[in-house]
Design a protein around this ligand. Sequence first.
Ligand code: GDP
Ligand code: MG
Length: 178
Amino acid sequence: NGGAPDPKNLRVKLVLLGDSGVGKSCIVLRFVRGQFDPTSKVTVGASFLSQTIALQDSTTVKFEIWDTAGQERYAALAPLYYRGAAVAVVVYDITSPDSFTKAQYWVKELQKHGNPDIVMALVGNKADLQEKREVPVQDGIDYAEKNGMFFIETSAKTADNINQLFEEIAKRLPRPPS
Ligand code: GDP
Ligand code: MG
């Protein structure tokens, strides 16, 4: 429509942040294409994908997903990446305490410099690797609660909680007045 946002059909920019290797690209590919490719290297294909989901109340949300590798290496570029984002998905790997520390860094960065209305989700990925777990689920829950974020553990490999992640984000989006 080119004018005011349509409250029934939202379009939102979503960025993924987190250490290299935590599974950001795999989460996106699982959500958008329903696939998991264990051999995929670094960031797969285009750095931009979109996916639309329908909610119970017959509204739709189109996620325009930015998945770049650059922010992992060049922190100075990150603000360009998350500028204008309505949603930030901060991902860590439940087998990597370092990646959990890094996720907390990204949350602070977004709190300081992100859009003040941004919806933030904290995601503990690779939940299929329970025997290698080094970040207790309660640590994720507690950190997210303190920071007003939605928290979920996912597995891009098994697809566990991937759709739920995006559905819960969609429900939390601020709605433009109708
Ligand atoms: P990115 O750098 O954050 O985009 O991470 P990638 O999506 O490229 O994934 C990094 C590595 O982790 C790849 O070898 C994936 O196969 C693997 N990986 C991603 N998600 C999962 C998952 O949920 N479970 C397991 N076991 N491996 C995963
Ligand atoms: Mg990637």
